[in-house]
Design a protein around this ligand. Structure first.
Ligand code: FDA
Length: 307
């Protein structure tokens, strides 16, 4: 019930100002976004990789309004990649990017986003790693998939995300599985209308399993993005049935959510990648995490009252 309300608030400037300014917000935010600067995040990268985990790094931010902000976003990723270079982690630390942060929604946004993301993909390739394009709301996806296809001409390892809640995704999965892509499958985190997306949890879960089967039986590299214990064990089963070895797919979870499970899967020999977000423009990312689990909101509200 609360989820859609919080997702609507995630797009409100007034709520952004209120929540961002509340002094109690910060400790709750830290659970999901463990740093604001590159200096703060690099030791965390070292610590997580020392524990046998792999990472995908997200510099938080989206819905920017000027080309200069899009260039600043590009530069933030370039700085991060530069700082990761001496750690020589290769694909153990890859990047996740939101094209809206690279200017996709501005005038001429498709070209602008492509122009801004390309240097990031190039820089990532230079340090032996890769980039995955996150999936945002459904109106952005044709552009995202076109940019993905374009980037793959020069950088075939570039990944993308598909969302099980969208009706279109089964067809997208077949196309991507045939082309040998790296594909992260998630349930989907945006408020989408009933014309384009399943609304019931059980329908989304069933679609997730169908799509994951397509990815596992295909020629690509499936990345199982979920904390759902049932889907994780179904994922393992589908991988076994499809004859995939442990290095032919991976699990991905968000920093701050089910941390014990990250370590358990890694200890079992699975490739386990933690989506680690950092930066100052954390509002949209943070609100989606609240919307996914109402208990987070209760924790947040309790901390507001107790201060
Ligand atoms: P579900 O929501 O059913 O959660 C299963 C269990 O996990 C819960 O019962 C709870 O224990 C725990 N849990 C889940 N979310 C939690 C939270 N916020 N706080 C505390 N506990 C929580 N979406 C998108 O639209 N585009 C994208 O590009 C991405 N990228 C992405 C990358 C990675 C690595 C992950 C794991 C997820 C995404 N997502 C995403 C988010 C995704 O769409 C989805 O909203 C969340 O993963 C929650 O769905 P689950 O599959 O975890 O199941």
């Amino acid at each position: 019930m609360l989820g859609p309300v919080i997702l609507a608030a995630s797009r409100s400037d007034r709520m952004r100002r209120l929540v961002s300014a509340a002094p109690v917000t910060k400790p709750v935010v830290d659970r999901f976004i463990p740093g604001e600067t590159v200096d703060q995040i690099v030791p965390i990268v070292r610590d997580l990789t020392d524990q046998g985990l792999e990472l995908t790094m997200d510099v938080v931010g989206e819905d920017i309004t000027t080309p200069a902000q899009a260039e600043a976003a590009r530069d933030a990723y370039l700085e991060l990649i530069d700082r990761l270079k001496p750690l020589e982690l290769g694909t153990r630390a890859e990047m996740s990017v939101k094209l809206s942060m690279f200017g996709q929604a501005l005038d001429g946004g498709h070209e602008l986003a492509l122009a801004n993301v390309r240097p990031v993909v190039e820089a990532a390739a230079e340090i032996g790693t890769t980039v995955t394009l996150d999936a945002e709301d459904h109106t952005t996806l044709d552009s995202m998939f076109a940019i993905h296809e374009e980037l793959r001409k020069d950088f075939p390892q570039t990944g993308c995300v598909i969302q099980a809640y969208l009706f279109r995704t089964e067809a997208d999965a077949r196309r991507l599985a045939d082309s040998g892509s790296r594909v992260r499958l998630v349930k989907g985190a945006y408020k989408e209308p009933a014309e384009v997306a399943y609304q019931q949890r059980h329908e989304i879960d069933k679609a997730y399993v169908r799509i994951l089967r397509t990815l596992m039986e295909g020629e690509g590299y499936p990345m199982i993005g979920s904390h759902d214990p049932r889907l994780i064990s179904i994922g393992q089963e589908l991988a076994r049935t499809a004859g995939r070895k442990l290095d032919e797919y991976e699990f991905q979870m968000l920093y701050g959510i089910r941390g014990d499970e990250h370590l358990r899967l890694a200890a079992e020999g699975h490739r386990m990648r933690v989506y680690t977000a950092y930066g100052t423009d954390w509002y949209g990312y943070f609100m989606r995490r609240l919307a996914e689990k109402p208990a987070n909101l209760r924790f947040f509200a309790r901390s507001m009252v107790s201060k």
